[in-house]
Design a binder for this molecule. Sequence first.
Ligand code: AHG
Ligand code: MN
Ligand code: MN
Length: 337
Amino acid sequence: MSHHQFTLRQHLLAEQARHGIDSDLILLLEDIATACRIISHRIRSGAFANVLGATNNTNVQGETQKQLDVIANDEFVEHCRNCRRVAALVSEEVDEVYWLKDKAVPGDYIVYFDPLDGSSNLDVNLSVGSIFSVVRLPEEIDATDDRSVLRPGNEQICAGYSVYGPSTALVITAGNGVSGFTHHNGTGEFRLTSRNLTIPEETSEFAINASRYVLWDTPIRRYFDECIAGKSGPREQGFNMRWTASMVAEVHRILTRGGIFMYPADAGNRATGGKLRLMYEANPMALIVEQAGGAASTGTERIMDVQPTSHHQRVPVILGSKSEVERLDRYHDGAIS
Ligand code: AHG
Ligand code: MN
Ligand code: MN
């Protein structure tokens, strides 16, 4: 017998009754869910609408924008601005902060997003996703100064991502655990399919772009070498490796069956601080992973405690099963075990 699955709205209203989350946050999350549903549709019909492939533009990161990067960004902007509490938007695809209010007061939100993550996967029909984060302002900020959006991850009240894979999934935390929803074709609803997603403490699966081995620092090399040494190595166990080139897909796998994901700073990317962006990739994923019982670190600091200095700043990222992240922290500390 099939049991009733909560819709996103039913779930959010139940969360509100239990934990008192803002009504405006519920409306914002529903609008973000709509944006994700539209993006999912645009991706899935991309080959027919001629929207696969690159534009002639490069974004602020110096990366070539795909047509779908721009389409996804526009959907996020259009839907997030419905919420009267949103004071500013920070997008991977837009250089400046997008201010929606002249004056940002306590209780207003800043929304940070990567509208399309893993977009190099589009052309090869592999999973991509969207990532978002919401900070609620504890004080009034200067809406004429882009530096006002430089809030640390520990101020996030909510974060989530959508993954456009074999199904479209939406994973959300509002600070009371992590819930997973699946898009139901036909009704168009997101329905609750995983309650209280929890990352197993121990794991034997790791994800890293190993083609960068020669560029890595000693702690990362050591961790990797020990994993691939298998049963006869110091870890005395076999490990499995994955790399999808889409952080959303990696985090989704880790939330489902555990593991660790690393995109460290290395000799090739250190000048820019790493590869992944702090405010709309690392911070939201760090909140989700911590809420699911895991950990997220730069190797030397908890990701959510990093004080941002620029809204497109990059950071080293190590996240997933707690015991493995802690092990990497120890290796960065210079500890021998
Ligand atoms: P984006 O498509 O938003 O630029 O992000 C891609 C990121 C991340 O999702 C992924 O883990 C990593 O870049 C892939 O990097 P490699 O190209 O080194 O595999
Ligand atoms: Mn990304
Ligand atoms: Mn992106």
